[in-house]
Design a protein around this ligand. Structure first.
Ligand code: MN
Length: 344
């Protein structure tokens, strides 16, 4: 912390950013860091940048309107003497042109929670056992500075934590300390989890239209040793929605159904990416099918044991519905495969 203070005390212009395709935790960390630098070092000129398209579902977060959304950050950093990176720790996660940013020319600071080989920053805090970067920032920068904590910034941090923990659903014994930090933030903000859920994680109408179609198209397959469910969207959805909108809505659907239908521990969703390419998302639970191996071996993909993805090219005149029927019988023909995830 002393080193951090030394760097920021001598800084004049500070550039703060987070990773490409910023998720909720990334945006929250960016805003919390920007607020921290502005409050603690009032003589520093601090700016918050993100590469890519604006994600306006978070626009009620404190400081959101100050974010500069640019095509890529690499064209902007050279006006600054100090760079701060949050919620990732490899330069290529922040810019599509990592070779255009020479970290040795700057003082650089990084806060992260991903387990990977980091780029060379002047100062780095990477706590990869923590489920969100927002809580890493809270612990290091705000916890002991109650003067800096107010309802607005508490809401920013809480929203980031909820973003990376499935609104606290993924917290287990290894990460239960998060709940103590959440308690402190709830006490500081006077907020309720449900209020944040509605404010920042609610469904836009487009999501809802896609989700209802996915629910309607859901099939439960019970005549297999590992019962599963699946759903799909027909190609026509590409006429109405961008692939990005489809992806976001599909993720919300997967979050809704994963593990919620008794007896059906795993499944997949097929959504069109283009008129030819169909994207597959697999989800599984403990003691069920290892969907990483399934995707690797049969569906041109990979990922994690309980969350994976794949891709299939449609043959001429084949519909997505035809494809998922074919997948159903293909999966049912797989009898004795080492595909089970063991409970950790
Ligand atoms: Mn994160």
């Amino acid at each position: 912390m002393e080193q951090l203070n030394t760097i920021l005390s001598s800084a004049k212009k500070v550039f703060i950013t987070s990773h490409l395709k910023p998720d909720t935790d990334a945006v929250s960390c960016l805003l919390a860091m920007h607020y921290y630098v502005s409050q603690v070092y009032p003589n520093v000129q601090a700016a918050a940048y993100l590469s890519g398209e604006m994600t306006d579902s978070l626009n009620e977060l404190y400081g959101f309107s100050q974010i500069k959304w640019v095509a890529d950050i690499s064209g902007y950093v050279n006006e600054y003497d100090t760079l701060i990176f949050v919620d990732a720790s490899q330069l290529h996660r922040f810019t599509i042109n990592p070779d255009k940013i020479d970290l040795t020319k700057f003082k650089s600071i990084c806060f992260d929670h991903h387990n990977n080989e980091p780029s060379k920053f002047t100062y780095i805090v990477n706590e990869f056992n923590e489920p969100s970067c927002s809580q890493v920032l809270y612990k290091h920068l705000f916890k002991e500075r109650s003067d800096l904590l107010n309802p607005a910034i508490g809401e920013v941090l809480l929203t980031g934590i909820m973003g990376d923990t499935g609104s606290l659903r993924y917290i287990g014994s290894k990460t239960s300390n998060t709940l103590l930090l959440v308690k402190e933030l709830l006490d500081a903000t006077g907020l309720q989890i449900k209020t944040i859920q509605e404010k920042y994680f609610g469904y836009p109408v487009s999501d809802w239209e896609i989700i209802t179609a996915l629910i309607t198209n859901t099939r439960l397959v019970s005549d297999y040793q590992h019962p599963f469910l699946y759903s799909y969207l027909p190609l026509e959805f590409l006429d109405k929605y961008s692939t990005n909108t489809i992806k976001q809505a599909k993720n919300k659907f997967l979050f809704l159904v994963s593990g919620t239908i008794k007896g059906y521990k795993w499944g997949f969703v097929a959504t069109p990416d283009t008129l030819k390419n169909v994207n597959l998302s697999f989800r599984s639970g403990p003691d069920s099918v290892n969907v990483r191996l399934l995707a690797e071996q049969y569906f041109n993909g990979g990922g994690h044991d309980q969350t994976s993805g794949g891709e299939v090219v449609l043959s001429d005149n084949q519909t997505v519905e035809d494809l998922v029927y074919k997948m159903e019988s293909q999966i049912k023909s797989l009898s004795d495969l080492p595909l089970i995830v063991k409970t950790p």
